[in-house]
Design a protein around this ligand. Structure first.
Ligand SMILES: [Zn+2]
Length: 423
């Protein structure tokens, strides 16, 4: 038994160079989202690699989704290594879209440079290294001669950075990821080789539109300024709502520490006349603001929404002519892997073995594809675990460390073997 585990670890060491090359090759595909460049080529690169490792490969185009177009097809890839019997099915999923490179790079963001033990480039950490780790974890089991009772699956999916609707959500909606069919899901997002991420807070994006009454700008007392009312709303948010949110803490281990609280960000404020245009003297009769509220599992969505309504009602009672509308733009409920999940335990054991330390459990400040796995597919045993430094995601000169990548691949291989009844 111990001998077989040693063989798996040796197999990963033996394929480390290929693993790094494959990560660099993925980075050289500029799968920038938006708009979703080069997805097909990248999906086929992953598919060919999986096929060479003996997996059955299926390409899944997001038929019917509006973002799946002729110029920017949304193509996902799923590989499957059937089990030798009836055992739990383990699915490793990574997104291969990346955010645009932005400014400030000192290396080519799509060059796939490997230097001093780091792989550089947009998407190296978030999350092409993780995807490569998933592919090569299964490959290492094959090379070590490990048979598993349950199937092992690896998928590469699109559009995580823009919500994942044509990616993981699509696999869930079409039954490829489903409770009863899939037992455990690991998403190798860059949380670091020692951390297991068990979920995220909730998100409520909403827009508040205030309506005033226009009048000549030389006689503003004859109108009602929607901008003045927005100023009152923003001041109430700052002095009343935010302190009350900051006093709430979730029991979930959200990192960084400050994100354990409920938070709110004002994303946009637009009101009155367009600032760039010719101005006429008018009282603003319209002002809109977009808010990004991150709520805690302990609060729940309805409570978060009722609290904002109550604040608006208090303002309406105090300020004559204060008229408002609230529109939900996006709601994502919090998700959390259940306490005592065998998936968390298996990763914990593997991390102890490979890294020589205890795994720390964390939760993500933002959301990722976990929500679709939990909410649409109904699979509760899902976590994020993968190589890379979370804070480097979406930054210039993004990189992933090679030792981290190799260790995370070992951890994934050992955990996948344990969970799927490997011998
Ligand atoms: Zn990511």
């Amino acid at each position: 038994m111990a001998d077989r585990r040693e063989r798996v670890l040796a197999a990963v060491d033996g394929l480390a160079d290929e693993l790094v090359d494959f990560t660099a090759e993925l980075v050289r595909r500029p799968t920038v989202n938006p708009p979703g460049e080069g997805y097909e080529e990248c999906a086929r690169l992953i598919g060919r690699r999986l096929q060479r490792g003996g997996l059955e490969v299926e390409y899944v185009a997001a038929e019917g989704r509006p973002e799946h177009t002729r110029s920017h097809p949304r193509l996902n890839v799923v590989g499957r290594r059937p089990g030798k019997g009836r055992g739990p099915v383990v699915h490793l999923n990574g997104h291969f879209d990346v955010v645009p490179p932005g400014e400030g790079w000192t290396v080519d963001p799509f060059g796939g440079l490997v230097r001093d033990g780091r792989i550089y480039g947009r998407g190296s950490a978030d999350m092409k290294a993780g995807l490569a780790a998933a592919v090569y974890a299964v490959e290492a089991l094959r090379r070590a001669g490990v048979e598993t009772a349950g199937a092992l699956e690896v998928s590469g999916t699109v559009d995580e950075e823009s919500g994942g609707f044509a990616g993981v959500a699509f696999l869930a909606e079409t039954g490829r990821l489903a409770r009863g069919r899939t037992d455990y899901v690991v998403i190798p997002e860059p949380l670091g080789a020692d951390r297991v991420c068990i979920g995220h807070r909730g998100v409520w994006w909403f827009e508040v539109e205030l309506h005033g009454r226009t009048a000549h700008g030389s006689m503003p007392f004859l109108g009602t300024s929607a901008i003045d009312h927005m100023a009152a709303l923003l001041e109430a948010v700052r002095s009343e709502l935010k302190p009350s949110l900051a006093a709430r803490r979730t029991a979930m281990p959200v990192v960084p520490e400050e994100a354990r609280r409920a938070t709110l960000n004002v994303n946009a404020v637009v009101g009155g006349q367009a600032a760039g245009g010719v101005q006429t003297p008018c009282v603003a009769d319209r002002c809109r603001a977009v808010f990004d509220r991150r709520f805690l599992a302990e609060e729940g969505f309805e409570t978060a929404r009722a609290e904002v309504r109550a604040l608006l009602e208090r303002l309406a009672a105090r300020l004559p002519g204060f008229r408002y509308e609230v529109r939900d733009l996006m709601v994502v409920h919090p998700v959390r892997t259940p306490e005592g999940s065998p998936l968390v335990a298996a990763l914990g054991r593997a991390i102890r073995e490979v890294r020589g330390r205890e795994a720390s459990l964390v939760a993500s400040p933002g959301t990722y594809d976990h929500k679709h796995v939990a909410r649409i597919a109904g699979i509760e045993h899902c976590v994020a675990y993968g190589p890379g430094v979370l804070e480097l995601a979406h930054q210039p000169d993004e990189w992933c460390g090679v030792p981290d990548l190799v260790d995370a691949t070992k951890v994934l291989a050992l955990a996948a073997r344990d969970l799927s009844g490997g011998c």
